[in-house]
Design a protein around this ligand. Structure first.
Ligand code: TYC
Length: 113
């Protein structure tokens, strides 16, 4: 095409040409897959430690952290949060590392939401 050529006329032929901003579309849009981070109960990890973990890594306040900890204590498992895969995986690793460093058997895992 020549510099300064007015290409607009080419778009008025009644055909399928598209003008404007190019955007990608998929026939089947992929939703970003979300993962639940689950906390598991055990008989040894102190309740205070679990509350600290929920506050530190999941940004819960005292009330929320206590509620989730008690739920896990009573039901065996509970949801700490739902995140995109990479973030969920990082949270699990952070919790497991922190528990190990403090010699608690606390377990945390991922599950597709
Ligand atoms: N069951 C533990 C106790 O009685 C407390 C606990 C709660 C441990 C939640 C783990 O994910 C957990 N000390």
């Amino acid at each position: 095409m020549l510099a300064g050529d007015d290409n607009d006329s080419d778009n008025d032929t009644g055909g399928d040409e598209q003008v404007g901003i190019a955007t990608k579309t998929r026939a089947k849009p992929k939703k970003p897959s979300q993962f639940k981070v689950l906390m598991l109960n055990d008989d040894y990890t102190p309740m205070e430690f679990v509350v600290m973990v929920l506050k530190r890594f999941f940004h819960m306040d005292m009330e929320q952290a206590t509620r989730v900890m008690l739920h896990v204590h009573q039901k065996g498992v509970g949801v700490c949060g739902i995140f995109p895969y990479e973030i969920a995986e990082t949270k699990v690793n952070q919790v497991m590392d922190f528990a190990r460093q403090n010699q608690h058997p606390l377990q945390c895992t991922l599950e597709k939401a």
